[in-house]
Write a protein that binds this ligand. Structure first.
Ligand code: HEC
Ligand code: HEC
Ligand code: HEC
Ligand code: HEC
Ligand code: HEC
Ligand code: HEC
Ligand code: HEC
Ligand code: HEC
Length: 331
């Protein structure tokens, strides 16, 4: 306890002396994951500095109070509030967003379907869904099983799965299950499905009156990528990799979600006018966001032709896969 208090003090001292970013080592963060929220909030560290403790022999202390001393005995966890343990780094507003609701008690028909090890994990979580229901941590706790990272990178319980939905069917009934698609906005009868708009908009946009992004409102304030990242986990992209969707680990790649410098902004405006497309920026900040490049609507929802382009096209891109780069970059 005393030792930990000293580490925390050192950590704080380090922050104060240097005045912030880049001064805190990964090791200090791994030793003090409970501090990460505050450090991020105070902008003492950047998101990219949150250390990834997974599949590593030297980062057990991010979750356990010590490294295992004896074989197969579990070193004590920092907390058995599993959602809180993971939440030190995985708060929706922090590293990434997880797609599934937690803290729910499964209805009986789910319990009847769930395999033994899912039921046991549910019990350890206090009878409600926690992160450990689907993520099987021990898989990545033992160095001798690290090679499984290749085939089961998200350490899914019962994994690896060849399809993401196979995981879901441990609990959900395949019969009435369909992956929810908010881009499906026009019914089979050809009518606008206004319920779907509420996935992203807080008021159904008036399609005749709306002339641009400035004329519609959203469910989230400020950071509009949050409209998408709950279902489409984001890491530096494009050029980076999409893990989850592809099973890939984090890759490099430019961070495009930023306010474009003057030169790029001017080129973009010219290219928008020349090509007759819109590539909207986030109102307020002027930042590039997901819908700058992707059109989240179904074809035909937008009355304005240039706002309709890209809807339902290849990867919903507003311009071709390569042309889109030229909207902002000269080559
Ligand atoms: C990201 C958090 C995290 C990291 C990092 C982590 N563990 Fe764990 N570990 C857990 C959790 C949570 C459990 C309990 C899971 C459960 O009850 O389903 C666990 C369980 C265990 C167990 C019991 C295994 C079993 O079969 O029941 C051992 C032993 C263990 N961890 C050792 C380690 C060691 C050694 C490391 C470092 C190489 C490590 N862990 C890294 C979170 C972690
Ligand atoms: C010390 C911080 C930290 C803690 C604690 C932590 N994670 Fe992570 N986790 C990360 C980072 C960083 C990444 C990489 C994500 C990124 O770069 O967007 C990651 C990635 C993941 C991934 C994707 C697989 C991978 O290897 O990239 C899963 C799944 C995951 N975490 C689940 C959990 C669960 C479940 C817990 C709780 C038992 C947990 N994490 C606790 C920091 C943490
Ligand atoms: C460990 C069991 C379990 C697994 C695995 C699981 N779910 Fe669930 N899911 C639940 C429970 C329990 C509920 C709440 C059901 C209820 O109250 O009727 C739920 C609810 C949902 C809901 C509606 C509630 C909401 O807002 O999230 C969706 C959508 C969903 N799950 C999608 C998925 C998908 C997609 C997968 C696979 C990637 C999946 N689930 C895997 C247990 C599970
Ligand atoms: C998955 C999220 C999402 C859903 C669902 C969604 N929208 Fe949007 N909508 C956005 C985003 C992001 C923008 C800003 C980018 C843009 O202008 O296309 C936007 C902009 C708009 C605009 C202004 C377009 C322009 O640039 O002129 C209209 C009109 C609109 N939405 C109508 C709708 C209607 C009607 C529905 C329901 C049928 C709907 N949206 C459902 C995310 C969504
Ligand atoms: C509720 C979950 C959900 C939300 C929120 C959501 N999407 Fe999607 N998205 C989906 C589903 C489901 C698909 C269809 C996947 C498929 O058929 O492969 C999809 C498809 C896509 C695709 C095409 C992927 C491909 O491989 O062709 C893009 C691009 C996309 N969404 C972007 C966005 C953007 C941008 C936003 C935010 C404005 C957003 N999505 C919000 C669920 C969601
Ligand atoms: C019902 C099952 C389920 C539960 C419960 C669950 N996850 Fe996941 N998680 C998934 C699935 C499925 C994916 C892969 C998503 C994809 O490929 O689209 C995933 C992906 C992730 C990722 C990597 C993708 C990303 O968004 O960065 C992290 C991190 C993660 N989960 C953390 C958590 C944490 C933390 C919790 C507990 C608060 C949790 N998960 C609870 C099923 C679950
Ligand atoms: C600068 C433009 C740009 C921005 C900004 C952008 N994307 Fe993309 N995205 C692309 C391109 C280009 C591709 C197609 C890559 C390919 O097919 O090689 C793509 C592909 C995708 C796909 C399909 C992935 C797959 O597996 O094929 C999804 C989903 C997606 N983006 C979602 C998002 C989300 C969510 C955001 C915001 C967090 C976002 N994109 C921001 C350009 C962008
Ligand atoms: C909406 C405008 C926009 C689009 C579209 C776009 N970029 Fe960028 N890109 C930017 C901005 C802004 C930066 C950051 C420049 C800076 O910070 O000086 C950037 C940076 C980069 C960088 C990092 C190197 C550098 O110049 O700083 C690469 C590489 C890159 N983009 C490649 C691509 C590729 C490949 C595509 C097409 C898939 C693409 N970009 C599409 C706006 C865009």
């Amino acid at each position: 306890m005393v030792a930990r208090a000293i580490v925390v003090l050192l950590l704080l001292a380090c922050v104060t002396i240097s005045g912030g970013a880049w001064a805190i080592s990964e090791r200090e963060l791994l030793n003090n994951p409970e501090q990460i929220h505050d450090l991020l909030a105070d902008e003492k560290i950047a998101f990219e500095e949150v250390p990834n403790p997974h599949w590593r022999a030297d980062a057990c202390v991010a979750c356990h109070l010590e490294k295992a001393v004896e074989d197969d005995k579990m070193p004590p966890l920092r907390t058995t509030d599993y959602n809180g343990l993971c939440g030190n780094c995985h708060d929706p507003s922090l590293v990434a967003e997880y797609i599934h609701a937690v803290d729910i008690e499964p209805p009986d028909e789910f319990l009847d379907r769930m395999p033994e090890d899912f039921l046991a994990a549910l019990d350890r979580g206090g009878g409600v869904l926690t992160c450990i229901a689907c993520h099987d941590l021990p898989v990545h706790c033992d160095e001798s099983s690290f090679e499984q990272a290749e085939i089961n990178p998200l350490f899914f319980r019962g994994g690896p799965y060849s399809s993401r939905t196979d995981l879901c069917f441990n609990c959900h009934d395949p019969e009435d299950y369909e992956r929810y698609n908010p881009h499906d906005q026009i019914t089979d009868e050809g009518e606008l499905d206004t319920e779907q708009c509420f996935f992203c908009h807080n008021v159904t946009p008036n399609r005749s009156a709306a002339k641009s992004i400035e004329d519609v409102t959203f469910n989230v304030v400020e950071d509009l990528k949050k409209l998408c990242t709950g279902c489409h986990p984001y890491s530096p992209h494009p050029g980076g990799s999409w893990f989850g969707a592809t099973g890939n680990k984090i890759g490099g790649g430019p961070d495009h979600l930023k306010v474009p410098p003057e030169k790029i902004r001017r080129r973009l405006e010219i290219m928008e006018a020349e090509s007759g497309t819109v590539m909207p920026r986030e109102p307020g900040t002027g930042s590039i966001f997901c819908a700058t490049c992707h059109n989240p609507h179904e074809r035909g929802v937008q009355f304005i032709r240039k706002a309709d382009i890209g809807a339902d096209g290849y990867k919903r891109l507003r311009r071709g896969k390569f042309e889109i780069c030229l909207a902002c970059h000269e080559m």
